[in-house]
Design a protein. Sequence first.
Lengths: 92, 136
Amino acid sequence: MKSDELTWRARVAKQLPMQGRQTGKRRSPTSRVTALAMLLGGAVALSGCVSVKAPDKPIVIELNINIKQEVVYRLAADANKSIEDHPELFGN
Amino acid sequence: MTGLIERKHNWRSLVLAGVLLGLAVPVTQASAQAASPVLAAARASGEVGEKTDGYLGYPSAPSAEVRRAGDELNIKRRAYYAERAVAQRSTVEEYAVTMGCQLIAKVKPGEKYQAPDGSWRTRGTEAPLRSNLCPA
């Protein structure tokens, strides 16, 4: 007489991948709801953003912002002398 | 004997010095007047103008000749500004910008200059537009 004997019981297939119906990893229903809520929340937040428009006037950038007026005033007399003394550089 | 040779030598060097002086005088006279006739014409026609940073600029695309002359003068100006900046214990940029102020003030009617916003203007009879950094 021959009898089949189970060596070990298989575990009950509680999860979908175990049942061979699903290949990829899926989120649980609760995390899916959370993801959807976040997506909706993001869309709402985006539509509520403050929009920034480019100004009509050109933006003026003062290049000499790092130069102090007192320095220019101090150098002014020497600069005037330079113009007088070197017409080959500053004359026309 | 040695005295004769020496005298001969002195006479020769005198002639040489005279020749050199004769050559040198017209050269220095020419450089003391103007930058170059090319730049003088370009300035009058508005092909070059004074920038706020103390250098020459080109309001419109210049000819190759004008660009060469302008760039050359700007290199000389920069060397000069560096020299004065050391003497005045300032930075080259500070000295150059001060020069820009004073040079724009001296631009003649009809010539071009750069306004504080970077745009090119033709000097009219009124005072040129200058940065509020510039001394009166």
